[in-house]
Design a protein around this ligand. Structure first.
Ligand SMILES: [Zn+2]
Length: 346
């Protein structure tokens, strides 16, 4: 009996290893194998279901902003954190201990923010589409934005009376958040353009860092999304998000359908940041690439069109920001977009 069990366990381990290797190979051109701090909370197993519901609601809010007059982006971590504060302070949590994850920490504890989020069982309220829960999630998003669509610092949001007296806005908690690497005190440098014209025909189909089961006709595998997917009609024009130099292109796919390798363009940005970034535009329409390797491009210059080549199930742009020399380091591309340019309705 024991032997059989051992064989099954060994066989399973080998199988899992094999799958991991296969996924590693297939995903190599688009996904990466290691993750930065900010992805930890999306990968945590305890709260997997909760996070899936958070991210669905989050995607809905992002899409309503893309289509509305107020445009902007708030990192998912920020929404969940502020949402925790709002819920905890509301009548909703009276008598519900699992509703107060911040209460498990004392001022002097070494506060681990990813643990706070992981310990929060509030996802179940959002998952039931509880009105209060969804309302607080939306409020957390809206309260984080300035009128022009730029992101407020967490400290600024904490000045608001709805958050001010909460534990999560105390000096020690704020310092813990910065120490954890989820947020920086200075926020993000918003230096990029959005790569598509914002119209009613585009929407966000998959968010950054979300865990996905990718189902293709030939295979299915688990993937932590390394970029943003913006769904758009075939041949929608894509514009460079920065001034820069084209470092690579691939135009080998001649048909606009799922294939082994995507058509793509990579552009290294001429932007002075602490790190050097390159932007990857994936799944491009056949023969739509109008730039070549070593070309200098300017921000908003047309570079290619939307398609569905590569590991893709529909027409969309996969938009990914990569740190040059550290392609395994995941960066949240939307955090770098200057949304104040897109705050007028059309
Ligand atoms: Zn993608």
């Amino acid at each position: 009996m024991k032997k059989t069990k051992l064989i099954i366990i060994s066989a399973s381990a080998i199988f899992i290893l094999l799958i991991a290797v296969i996924v590693g190979i297939i995903g190599a051109d688009e996904s990466s194998s290691s993750y930065d701090n900010s992805s930890e909370f999306l990968m945590s197993t305890n709260n997997k279901i909760a996070v899936e519901y958070y991210s669905n609601n989050y995607r809905k809010i992002l899409n309503s902003h893309l289509k509305g007059t107020t445009k902007g982006y708030v990192p998912l971590f920020r929404c969940i954190y502020l949402y925790n504060i709002l819920m905890e302070q509301s009548d909703f949590c009276d008598g519900k201990d699992d509703c107060k994850p911040l209460n498990n920490y004392n001022e002097n504890d070494d506060i681990n923010v990813s643990k706070i989020i992981d310990n929060s069982s509030m996802g179940k309220y959002i998952s039931n589409n509880n009105d209060d829960a969804v309302k607080f999630f939306k409020k957390a998003f809206n309260d984080s934005l300035n009128e022009n669509g730029t992101l407020k610092s967490l400290e600024e949001v904490c000045k608001n009376d709805d958050y001010n007296s909460s534990k999560g806005c105390s000096k020690s908690f704020l310092n813990a958040v910065y120490k954890s690497g989820f947020e920086s005190e200075s926020g993000y440098p918003q230096v990029l353009n959005f790569p598509l014209k914002i119209t009613n025909s585009i929407s966000i189909s998959s968010i950054f860092n979300v865990k996905r089961i990718v189902n293709l006709s030939s295979e299915s595998f688990i993937d932590y999304h390394s970029g943003w997917d913006i769904s758009a009609p075939a041949q929608t024009k894509i514009y460079s998000a920065c001034d820069g130099v084209v470092t690579a292109t691939n135009n080998s796919q001649k048909e606009n359908k799922q294939s082994a390798i995507a058509n793509y363009v990579k552009i290294k940005c001429d932007i002075k940041l602490n790190i050097q970034i390159e932007i990857w535009y994936w799944h491009l329409y056949p023969n739509s690439i109008v730039v070549s390797k070593n070309d200098h491009v300017s921000a908003n210059q047309h570079i290619a069109d939307v398609g569905t080549t590569g590991l893709s199930t529909g027409n969309h742009l996969h938009f990914q920001i990569v740190q040059v020399g550290h392609s395994n380091q995941r960066l949240d591309g939307f955090a770098y977009i200057n949304w104040s340019k897109y705050n007028t309705s059309e």
